[in-house]
Design a protein around this ligand. Sequence first.
Ligand code: ZN
Length: 241
Amino acid sequence: MSRRQKIRFAVIPVAVAFCVFSFWWPQVNVIATLLLLYITLEYVLANQENLDLFRHQLERQEKVFLHYDLICRNGPLYLQVANLGISNFLLTAIHVRTQDLAKFNYSIHQVVQSGKSQEISLPRDACANHPLSVDLEIVLDFVGLDARGETDPRCFNIGMGLDNIPYKATEGLNGLWAVSCPRCNFGGMLFMSLTNLTTFAEAEARKRQLVAELGNSCPNHQSEWLMGMADVDARQERQAR
Ligand SMILES: [Zn+2]
């Protein structure tokens, strides 16, 4: 027996009983009205829940779920963009910042279908003039069914080979961030420690603090955010591997 039939079998005898009783005892009408009101209330509440569920589903359907990685194949750079949402989206721009805060903006026009991934080639000019390696911050602009938006910034390190050709891309910050003393201009061998940094915003804040500390401790040039020479060597070894 279906659920609907069960309810029907339960309700019909009650309704008949109310009809019969109301001949002898008119007050039963009040009870029937109260019951009716209560059932209506339950109905309205259930309906509201359904509406909320429907709205939530619709919102999810229109939302953009995007994941991407930066891939380097011994020269060419690619963004591999995956669409994990239910609807398609359009990529309209790639914004790249380098660790020395140069900005590169590229207009693109590429639809990524739901459940698919696309390779989008990334020009290499952002990596030019960085002989060893360079940290990049990437933000993508997208247009979805409901709204347009941009991704959270993500950072990658590009290892550079001979002739300014990128050969490796890894997630996270791993470049050499050179700093110099604002008072005596001493620099060249001073680098910022990147420990526990994940975004350029954090890196810039640390760099400001580091430069201020170098100036304050001039000519000793001391700061907890300076990369030790052991770290520099270890980092270069990691890069070479
Ligand atoms: Zn100094």
